[in-house]
Design a binder for this molecule. Structure first.
Ligand SMILES: C[S@@+](CC[C@H](N)C(=O)[O-])C[C@H]1O[C@@H](n2cnc3c(N)ncnc32)[C@H](O)[C@@H]1O
Length: 361
Protein backbone atom coordinates (compact mmCIF):
# COMPACT_ATOMS: atom_id res chain seq x y z
CA UNK A 1 0.00 0.00 0.00
CA UNK A 2 1.62 3.30 -1.07
CA UNK A 3 1.12 4.98 2.30
CA UNK A 4 3.92 7.50 1.68
CA UNK A 5 2.09 8.93 -1.32
CA UNK A 6 -1.45 8.72 0.05
CA UNK A 7 -0.67 10.58 3.27
CA UNK A 8 -0.70 14.18 2.14
CA UNK A 9 -3.20 16.50 0.50
CA UNK A 10 -3.07 15.01 -2.97
CA UNK A 11 -6.47 15.94 -4.40
CA UNK A 12 -8.49 19.12 -4.02
CA UNK A 13 -10.58 18.71 -7.18
CA UNK A 14 -9.67 15.14 -8.07
CA UNK A 15 -9.51 13.25 -11.31
CA UNK A 16 -12.67 11.20 -11.35
CA UNK A 17 -15.95 12.01 -13.03
CA UNK A 18 -18.47 10.70 -10.50
CA UNK A 19 -21.28 10.75 -13.08
CA UNK A 20 -20.54 7.06 -13.59
CA UNK A 21 -20.77 6.10 -9.90
CA UNK A 22 -23.95 8.18 -9.74
CA UNK A 23 -25.48 6.31 -12.68
CA UNK A 24 -24.64 2.94 -11.11
CA UNK A 25 -25.82 3.75 -7.57
CA UNK A 26 -29.48 2.90 -6.83
CA UNK A 27 -31.83 5.49 -5.23
CA UNK A 28 -32.79 5.47 -1.54
CA UNK A 29 -30.44 2.70 -0.40
CA UNK A 30 -29.42 2.27 3.19
CA UNK A 31 -25.63 2.36 3.37
CA UNK A 32 -23.13 3.93 0.95
CA UNK A 33 -19.45 3.44 1.67
CA UNK A 34 -17.04 5.58 -0.37
CA UNK A 35 -13.39 6.54 -0.52
CA UNK A 36 -13.42 10.24 0.35
CA UNK A 37 -10.70 11.79 -1.85
CA UNK A 38 -11.34 15.53 -2.05
CA UNK A 39 -15.02 15.02 -1.23
CA UNK A 40 -16.06 15.97 -4.75
CA UNK A 41 -16.38 12.26 -5.61
CA UNK A 42 -18.85 11.87 -2.72
CA UNK A 43 -21.14 14.88 -2.96
CA UNK A 44 -23.01 13.75 -6.13
CA UNK A 45 -23.88 10.43 -4.43
CA UNK A 46 -25.95 12.29 -1.82
CA UNK A 47 -28.38 13.28 -4.56
CA UNK A 48 -29.68 9.69 -4.46
CA UNK A 49 -30.74 9.93 -0.81
CA UNK A 50 -28.78 7.21 0.98
CA UNK A 51 -29.68 6.84 4.68
CA UNK A 52 -26.08 6.38 5.82
CA UNK A 53 -22.82 7.45 4.22
CA UNK A 54 -19.43 6.28 5.43
CA UNK A 55 -16.48 8.24 4.04
CA UNK A 56 -13.16 6.44 4.39
CA UNK A 57 -9.68 7.64 3.50
CA UNK A 58 -6.20 6.70 4.64
CA UNK A 59 -5.19 10.36 4.56
CA UNK A 60 -6.38 12.60 7.44
CA UNK A 61 -5.90 15.60 5.13
CA UNK A 62 -8.21 14.22 2.45
CA UNK A 63 -10.79 13.24 5.04
CA UNK A 64 -10.70 16.73 6.59
CA UNK A 65 -11.14 18.32 3.17
CA UNK A 66 -14.07 16.01 2.38
CA UNK A 67 -15.68 16.94 5.71
CA UNK A 68 -15.28 20.63 4.91
CA UNK A 69 -16.83 20.10 1.48
CA UNK A 70 -19.85 18.33 2.92
CA UNK A 71 -20.29 20.98 5.59
CA UNK A 72 -20.11 23.72 2.96
CA UNK A 73 -22.75 21.86 0.92
CA UNK A 74 -25.02 21.83 3.96
CA UNK A 75 -24.64 25.54 4.71
CA UNK A 76 -23.99 27.42 1.47
CA UNK A 77 -26.15 28.12 -1.54
CA UNK A 78 -24.91 27.14 -5.00
CA UNK A 79 -23.24 30.46 -5.84
CA UNK A 80 -21.47 30.73 -2.48
CA UNK A 81 -20.43 27.07 -2.62
CA UNK A 82 -18.78 27.61 -6.01
CA UNK A 83 -17.09 30.83 -4.96
CA UNK A 84 -15.94 29.46 -1.59
CA UNK A 85 -14.12 26.64 -3.37
CA UNK A 86 -12.88 28.77 -6.28
CA UNK A 87 -14.99 27.46 -9.16
CA UNK A 88 -15.66 29.91 -12.00
CA UNK A 89 -17.35 32.21 -12.77
CA UNK A 90 -17.69 33.43 -9.18
CA UNK A 91 -15.12 35.01 -6.89
CA UNK A 92 -15.00 35.43 -3.13
CA UNK A 93 -12.55 37.69 -1.32
CA UNK A 94 -10.13 36.02 1.10
CA UNK A 95 -11.68 37.81 4.10
CA UNK A 96 -15.18 36.65 3.19
CA UNK A 97 -13.84 33.12 2.65
CA UNK A 98 -12.28 33.18 6.10
CA UNK A 99 -15.57 34.34 7.65
CA UNK A 100 -17.47 31.61 5.79
CA UNK A 101 -14.95 29.02 6.92
CA UNK A 102 -15.35 30.11 10.53
CA UNK A 103 -19.12 29.79 10.27
CA UNK A 104 -19.03 26.19 8.99
CA UNK A 105 -19.61 23.33 11.43
CA UNK A 106 -16.86 20.72 11.23
CA UNK A 107 -14.98 18.55 13.72
CA UNK A 108 -12.11 20.23 15.54
CA UNK A 109 -9.55 17.92 13.89
CA UNK A 110 -10.86 18.74 10.38
CA UNK A 111 -10.91 22.45 11.27
CA UNK A 112 -7.31 22.37 12.44
CA UNK A 113 -6.09 20.67 9.26
CA UNK A 114 -8.07 22.71 6.74
CA UNK A 115 -7.33 26.00 8.52
CA UNK A 116 -3.60 25.32 8.14
CA UNK A 117 -4.04 24.91 4.38
CA UNK A 118 -6.16 28.05 4.11
CA UNK A 119 -3.55 30.03 6.07
CA UNK A 120 -0.81 28.69 3.80
CA UNK A 121 -2.79 29.97 0.80
CA UNK A 122 -3.78 33.28 2.48
CA UNK A 123 -7.45 32.31 2.37
CA UNK A 124 -7.40 32.00 -1.41
CA UNK A 125 -9.42 29.02 -2.74
CA UNK A 126 -8.06 25.55 -2.03
CA UNK A 127 -9.08 24.21 -5.43
CA UNK A 128 -5.51 24.00 -6.73
CA UNK A 129 -3.74 23.16 -3.45
CA UNK A 130 -3.65 19.38 -3.99
CA UNK A 131 -0.41 17.82 -5.19
CA UNK A 132 -2.18 16.33 -8.21
CA UNK A 133 -3.68 19.73 -9.17
CA UNK A 134 -0.29 21.45 -8.68
CA UNK A 135 1.42 18.80 -10.79
CA UNK A 136 -1.15 19.34 -13.54
CA UNK A 137 -0.48 23.07 -13.41
CA UNK A 138 3.15 22.32 -14.20
CA UNK A 139 2.27 19.82 -16.93
CA UNK A 140 -0.12 22.33 -18.50
CA UNK A 141 2.68 24.89 -18.85
CA UNK A 142 4.74 22.41 -20.86
CA UNK A 143 1.68 21.34 -22.84
CA UNK A 144 0.86 24.98 -23.72
CA UNK A 145 4.44 25.64 -24.69
CA UNK A 146 4.49 22.61 -27.03
CA UNK A 147 1.04 22.93 -28.66
CA UNK A 148 1.03 26.76 -28.69
CA UNK A 149 -1.96 28.95 -29.52
CA UNK A 150 -2.95 26.70 -32.41
CA UNK A 151 -3.50 23.91 -29.91
CA UNK A 152 -5.32 26.08 -27.39
CA UNK A 153 -7.75 27.27 -30.06
CA UNK A 154 -9.64 24.01 -29.60
CA UNK A 155 -11.24 25.68 -26.59
CA UNK A 156 -12.89 28.25 -28.89
CA UNK A 157 -15.04 25.56 -30.51
CA UNK A 158 -18.67 25.88 -29.41
CA UNK A 159 -20.17 22.89 -31.23
CA UNK A 160 -19.05 19.33 -31.85
CA UNK A 161 -19.12 19.97 -35.62
CA UNK A 162 -16.85 23.00 -35.25
CA UNK A 163 -14.47 20.99 -33.07
CA UNK A 164 -14.44 18.11 -35.56
CA UNK A 165 -13.49 20.51 -38.39
CA UNK A 166 -10.84 22.16 -36.26
CA UNK A 167 -9.32 18.80 -35.31
CA UNK A 168 -9.26 17.75 -38.96
CA UNK A 169 -7.67 20.92 -40.29
CA UNK A 170 -5.96 23.05 -37.66
CA UNK A 171 -5.06 21.09 -34.55
CA UNK A 172 -1.25 20.66 -34.32
CA UNK A 173 -1.29 16.86 -34.21
CA UNK A 174 2.47 16.37 -34.23
CA UNK A 175 3.05 18.84 -31.42
CA UNK A 176 0.23 17.22 -29.41
CA UNK A 177 1.71 13.71 -29.88
CA UNK A 178 5.08 15.11 -28.79
CA UNK A 179 3.52 16.74 -25.69
CA UNK A 180 1.93 13.43 -24.72
CA UNK A 181 5.15 11.56 -25.44
CA UNK A 182 7.21 13.74 -23.11
CA UNK A 183 4.57 14.19 -20.40
CA UNK A 184 2.72 10.87 -20.37
CA UNK A 185 5.23 8.55 -18.80
CA UNK A 186 5.85 7.01 -15.40
CA UNK A 187 9.14 8.90 -14.85
CA UNK A 188 7.45 12.30 -15.16
CA UNK A 189 4.56 11.30 -12.89
CA UNK A 190 6.85 9.67 -10.32
CA UNK A 191 9.11 12.74 -10.27
CA UNK A 192 6.32 15.30 -10.11
CA UNK A 193 3.84 13.48 -7.96
CA UNK A 194 3.84 9.83 -7.00
CA UNK A 195 7.43 9.51 -5.70
CA UNK A 196 7.76 5.97 -7.01
CA UNK A 197 4.20 4.91 -6.21
CA UNK A 198 2.76 5.37 -9.71
CA UNK A 199 0.75 2.22 -10.54
CA UNK A 200 2.66 -0.52 -12.37
CA UNK A 201 1.03 -0.68 -15.79
CA UNK A 202 0.06 -4.25 -16.76
CA UNK A 203 -0.80 -3.98 -20.44
CA UNK A 204 1.66 -4.10 -23.35
CA UNK A 205 0.69 -0.84 -25.09
CA UNK A 206 3.26 1.98 -24.53
CA UNK A 207 1.93 4.67 -22.23
CA UNK A 208 1.92 7.52 -24.74
CA UNK A 209 -0.07 5.33 -27.19
CA UNK A 210 -2.57 4.59 -24.42
CA UNK A 211 -2.92 8.29 -23.53
CA UNK A 212 -3.25 9.41 -27.18
CA UNK A 213 -6.06 6.91 -27.70
CA UNK A 214 -7.86 8.04 -24.54
CA UNK A 215 -7.54 11.74 -25.42
CA UNK A 216 -8.87 11.00 -28.90
CA UNK A 217 -11.97 9.54 -27.19
CA UNK A 218 -12.30 12.71 -25.13
CA UNK A 219 -11.93 15.02 -28.15
CA UNK A 220 -14.69 13.07 -29.89
CA UNK A 221 -16.94 12.76 -26.83
CA UNK A 222 -17.94 16.43 -26.49
CA UNK A 223 -16.58 19.95 -26.88
CA UNK A 224 -13.47 20.33 -24.74
CA UNK A 225 -14.80 23.42 -22.94
CA UNK A 226 -17.22 21.08 -21.19
CA UNK A 227 -14.43 18.90 -19.80
CA UNK A 228 -12.74 19.94 -16.56
CA UNK A 229 -9.93 17.44 -16.91
CA UNK A 230 -8.96 18.84 -20.34
CA UNK A 231 -9.15 22.40 -18.98
CA UNK A 232 -6.68 21.39 -16.28
CA UNK A 233 -4.37 19.73 -18.77
CA UNK A 234 -4.27 22.75 -21.08
CA UNK A 235 -4.59 25.68 -18.64
CA UNK A 236 -3.82 24.31 -15.18
CA UNK A 237 -7.01 25.97 -13.91
CA UNK A 238 -10.74 25.83 -14.57
CA UNK A 239 -11.96 28.71 -16.69
CA UNK A 240 -15.16 27.56 -18.41
CA UNK A 241 -18.20 27.24 -16.12
CA UNK A 242 -19.85 24.89 -18.62
CA UNK A 243 -17.17 22.29 -17.87
CA UNK A 244 -16.96 21.76 -14.11
CA UNK A 245 -17.07 18.56 -12.02
CA UNK A 246 -20.64 17.36 -11.47
CA UNK A 247 -20.71 18.47 -7.82
CA UNK A 248 -21.13 21.96 -9.40
CA UNK A 249 -24.12 21.04 -11.54
CA UNK A 250 -26.98 23.15 -10.06
CA UNK A 251 -29.47 20.31 -10.20
CA UNK A 252 -27.16 17.71 -8.62
CA UNK A 253 -25.99 20.28 -6.08
CA UNK A 254 -29.58 20.95 -4.93
CA UNK A 255 -30.52 17.28 -4.82
CA UNK A 256 -27.33 16.50 -2.86
CA UNK A 257 -28.08 19.33 -0.45
CA UNK A 258 -31.57 17.93 0.14
CA UNK A 259 -30.23 14.38 0.42
CA UNK A 260 -27.72 15.52 3.02
CA UNK A 261 -30.54 16.64 5.34
CA UNK A 262 -31.52 12.99 5.82
CA UNK A 263 -28.15 11.25 5.53
CA UNK A 264 -26.15 10.27 8.58
CA UNK A 265 -22.44 10.65 7.83
CA UNK A 266 -19.44 8.94 9.42
CA UNK A 267 -15.78 9.70 8.67
CA UNK A 268 -13.17 6.99 9.07
CA UNK A 269 -9.44 7.52 8.67
CA UNK A 270 -8.19 4.06 7.76
CA UNK A 271 -7.64 1.54 5.02
CA UNK A 272 -10.89 1.15 3.05
CA UNK A 273 -10.57 -2.64 2.74
CA UNK A 274 -10.02 -3.15 6.47
CA UNK A 275 -13.07 -1.03 7.21
CA UNK A 276 -15.33 -2.50 4.51
CA UNK A 277 -14.68 -5.94 6.00
CA UNK A 278 -16.45 -5.03 9.26
CA UNK A 279 -18.80 -2.14 8.47
CA UNK A 280 -21.23 -0.78 11.06
CA UNK A 281 -24.04 -2.14 8.83
CA UNK A 282 -23.99 -4.07 5.53
CA UNK A 283 -22.81 -1.98 2.59
CA UNK A 284 -25.26 -1.49 -0.28
CA UNK A 285 -22.96 0.52 -2.53
CA UNK A 286 -19.17 0.75 -2.33
CA UNK A 287 -17.28 3.34 -4.37
CA UNK A 288 -13.64 2.28 -4.32
CA UNK A 289 -12.02 4.96 -6.48
CA UNK A 290 -8.92 3.44 -8.12
CA UNK A 291 -7.54 2.04 -4.85
CA UNK A 292 -7.51 -1.49 -6.44
CA UNK A 293 -4.81 -0.39 -8.94
CA UNK A 294 -2.41 0.24 -6.06
CA UNK A 295 -2.88 -3.12 -4.31
CA UNK A 296 -0.14 -5.74 -4.15
CA UNK A 297 -0.67 -9.49 -4.65
CA UNK A 298 -2.28 -11.46 -3.03
CA UNK A 299 -4.62 -8.63 -1.97
CA UNK A 300 -4.87 -7.47 -5.58
CA UNK A 301 -6.60 -10.79 -6.34
CA UNK A 302 -8.49 -11.36 -3.09
CA UNK A 303 -9.78 -8.00 -1.89
CA UNK A 304 -13.35 -8.66 -3.09
CA UNK A 305 -13.36 -11.86 -1.02
CA UNK A 306 -11.88 -10.07 1.98
CA UNK A 307 -14.80 -7.61 2.09
CA UNK A 308 -17.51 -10.03 0.97
CA UNK A 309 -19.17 -10.41 4.38
CA UNK A 310 -19.51 -6.65 4.67
CA UNK A 311 -21.53 -6.33 1.45
CA UNK A 312 -25.28 -6.87 1.52
CA UNK A 313 -26.88 -9.32 -0.95
CA UNK A 314 -27.46 -7.36 -4.16
CA UNK A 315 -24.93 -4.74 -2.98
CA UNK A 316 -22.83 -3.09 -5.70
CA UNK A 317 -19.11 -2.39 -5.77
CA UNK A 318 -17.58 -0.04 -8.33
CA UNK A 319 -13.84 -0.06 -8.95
CA UNK A 320 -11.78 2.20 -11.12
CA UNK A 321 -8.59 0.81 -12.59
CA UNK A 322 -5.81 3.13 -13.66
CA UNK A 323 -3.05 1.57 -15.79
CA UNK A 324 -3.30 -1.61 -13.78
CA UNK A 325 -6.27 -3.98 -13.95
CA UNK A 326 -6.07 -6.54 -11.11
CA UNK A 327 -4.82 -9.83 -12.55
CA UNK A 328 -6.91 -12.97 -11.88
CA UNK A 329 -9.30 -11.09 -9.63
CA UNK A 330 -11.30 -13.56 -7.55
CA UNK A 331 -14.94 -12.56 -8.14
CA UNK A 332 -16.57 -15.62 -6.50
CA UNK A 333 -19.92 -14.60 -5.08
CA UNK A 334 -20.22 -11.59 -7.35
CA UNK A 335 -21.80 -11.00 -10.73
CA UNK A 336 -19.81 -8.79 -13.09
CA UNK A 337 -22.30 -6.16 -14.30
CA UNK A 338 -19.77 -3.78 -15.88
CA UNK A 339 -21.18 -4.28 -19.38
CA UNK A 340 -24.62 -3.00 -18.29
CA UNK A 341 -23.00 0.44 -18.03
CA UNK A 342 -21.07 0.58 -21.33
CA UNK A 343 -22.86 3.75 -22.43
CA UNK A 344 -22.22 5.56 -19.12
CA UNK A 345 -18.58 4.47 -19.22
CA UNK A 346 -18.19 5.95 -22.71
CA UNK A 347 -19.56 9.28 -21.39
CA UNK A 348 -17.27 9.43 -18.33
CA UNK A 349 -15.18 12.57 -18.70
CA UNK A 350 -11.71 11.38 -17.73
CA UNK A 351 -11.56 8.20 -19.88
CA UNK A 352 -8.22 7.15 -18.36
CA UNK A 353 -9.82 4.41 -16.25
CA UNK A 354 -11.18 0.95 -16.86
CA UNK A 355 -14.02 -0.12 -14.60
CA UNK A 356 -15.09 -3.20 -12.70
CA UNK A 357 -18.68 -3.15 -11.43
CA UNK A 358 -19.76 -6.13 -9.32
CA UNK A 359 -23.02 -7.16 -7.74
CA UNK A 360 -22.97 -9.39 -4.64
CA UNK A 361 -25.04 -12.47 -5.37
C1 LIG B 1 -6.97 6.29 -4.82
S1 LIG B 1 -6.92 8.05 -4.77
C2 LIG B 1 -7.30 8.56 -6.35
C3 LIG B 1 -6.17 8.36 -7.12
C4 LIG B 1 -6.15 9.02 -8.43
N1 LIG B 1 -7.29 8.69 -9.25
C5 LIG B 1 -4.82 8.66 -9.03
O1 LIG B 1 -4.59 7.53 -9.40
O2 LIG B 1 -3.96 9.51 -9.00
C6 LIG B 1 -8.36 8.56 -3.95
C7 LIG B 1 -8.21 8.58 -2.46
O3 LIG B 1 -7.95 7.29 -1.99
C8 LIG B 1 -7.21 7.37 -0.79
N2 LIG B 1 -6.63 6.05 -0.58
C9 LIG B 1 -5.66 5.42 -1.28
N3 LIG B 1 -5.49 4.15 -0.84
C10 LIG B 1 -6.39 3.98 0.16
C11 LIG B 1 -6.73 2.90 1.01
N4 LIG B 1 -6.14 1.72 0.89
N5 LIG B 1 -7.70 3.08 1.93
C12 LIG B 1 -8.33 4.26 2.05
N6 LIG B 1 -8.07 5.33 1.26
C13 LIG B 1 -7.12 5.19 0.34
C14 LIG B 1 -6.24 8.50 -1.08
O4 LIG B 1 -5.78 9.11 0.10
C15 LIG B 1 -7.10 9.45 -1.91
O5 LIG B 1 -7.67 10.47 -1.12
Amino acid sequence: MPREYFNSLNYTIGNEDTSLELAVMPENIRHVFAVAGSGSRIIPLLSKNPQYLTCADSSPNQLALAELRLSSLKTLDHKNYLSFWGYPPYVMTPSVRQAVFESLKISSSARKITELFFKKYNWEPLLYAGKWERAFRKLSRINRWVVGNRGLEIFSCRTKKEQENYLGTKFPKKAWSFAIFILGNATVFNTLLYKGNFPQKNFPEPMHVFYLKKFKNLFEQDIVRKNYFLQLLFFGTLRYPEGLPIECDPDIFLKAKNGLKKTKITYICNDVIKEAKHPSMPIDFLSFSDVPSYLQPPREQEFLQEIKNGISPGGIIINRYYLRIPENLNTDGYQDITDNFKWNISKEKIQMYSFGIYKRT
